[in-house]
Design a protein around this ligand. Structure first.
Ligand SMILES: Cc1ncc(C[n+]2csc(CCOP(=O)(O)OP(=O)(O)O)c2C)c(N)n1
Length: 270
């Protein structure tokens, strides 16, 4: 498997230099995009031989790169809910060369596993546990005066778990420093059910919201002198404009500061 990859030469150029998250930090945005493609290829090639969870990891390649680029794991803790989406995380955190042993006897696990790597902060498999675990870790850290960050990444499917809501509720109550990334890809094992699933960010890409956005743009353009400048600021990130229309009231009510929705595959610096 490894030999086969190397034959492709330039295809793995950037990935071959990534032995830990520190190696990401010097990369330019365009190189990060190339890296995302290379990681995706390695995941597809590997899983086509070993079996495993393909889509969940392909869905968070850019997110995994972004989290490891911005934060300093393993001192900052990244907790993957379910854990079936941690392949890119494993590749970035020193397991590129052993990735071909994924889910094989004596090979690397298909889920985060503390015994395997210090970058795997919490052993998972069960869904809905990440926010609760992250809250426990951040609480312990705060008691010790440790200011390092704790980040939980949870999917829209796992977010239907009662335990996730209990943890959100308790986090808001204690006002602990905790980052929760909601990875809303509109899919669990099957289509999600539940009242909340129709509330999440996907609604904001529906035609009526897109129309509203267009009307807001036109309105801003009609303001003489300043309108164009204001629009230019919003346009810098289309997400910030969408964010204007989607204040994430549900999460704000739980005392989280909500930022989003953000298009998760877009590494473009705008
Ligand atoms: C307690 C428990 N119940 C059910 C499952 C089965 N299960 C595996 S993945 C998953 C949900 C995945 O959906 P989502 O959280 O949206 O993550 P994605 O696959 O989209 O990344 C579930 C319910 C589980 N792992 N644990």
């Amino acid at each position: 498997m490894e030999k086969k990859r190397k034959k492709t030469g330039s295809k793995t150029r950037i990935l071959e230099s990534i032995n830990s998250p520190a190696d990401l930090k010097g990369l330019k945005p365009v190189e990060l995009q190339m890296l995302a493609r290379e990681i995706r290829t390695l995941i597809i090639e590997t899983v086509s031989h070993t079996g495993g969870h393909l889509a969940p990891s392909l869905g968070v390649v850019e997110l995994s790169i972004a989290l490891h680029y911005v934060y300093d794991s393993p001192s900052d803790k990244i907790i993957w809910d379910v854990g079936h989406q941690a392949y890119a995380h494993k590749i970035i955190t020193g397991r590129r060369n052993t990735f071909h042993t994924l889910r094989q006897y004596k090979g690397i696990s298909g889920f985060p596993k503390g015994e395997e790597s210090p970058y795997d902060s919490f052993n998972t498999g069960h869904s809905g546990t990440s926010i609760s675990a992250a809250l426990g870790i951040t609480t312990a850290r705060s008691i010790k005066g440790d200011k390092k960050k704790v980040i939980a990444v949870i999917g829209d499917g796992a977010m239907t778990a009662g335990m996730a809501f209990e943890a959100l509720n308790q986090t808001g109550h204690t006002e602990r420093d905790l980052i929760v990334v909601l990875n809303d890809n509109e899919m669990s094992i099957d289509k999600n059910v539940g009242a909340l699933s129709s509330y999440f960010s996907r609604k904001m890409y529906e035609p009526r919201f897109v129309n509203l956005k267009k009307r807001l743009e036109n309105f801003l353009l009609s303001i003489p002198g300043v309108g164009e400048n204001i629009l230019a600021v919003f346009k810098k990130s289309e997400d910030s404009l969408i964010g204007l229309l989607t204040p994430g009231m549900f999460f704000e009510a739980l005392k989280f500061r909500y930022i989003g929705p953000i298009r998760g595959h877009d590494l473009n610096p705008h």
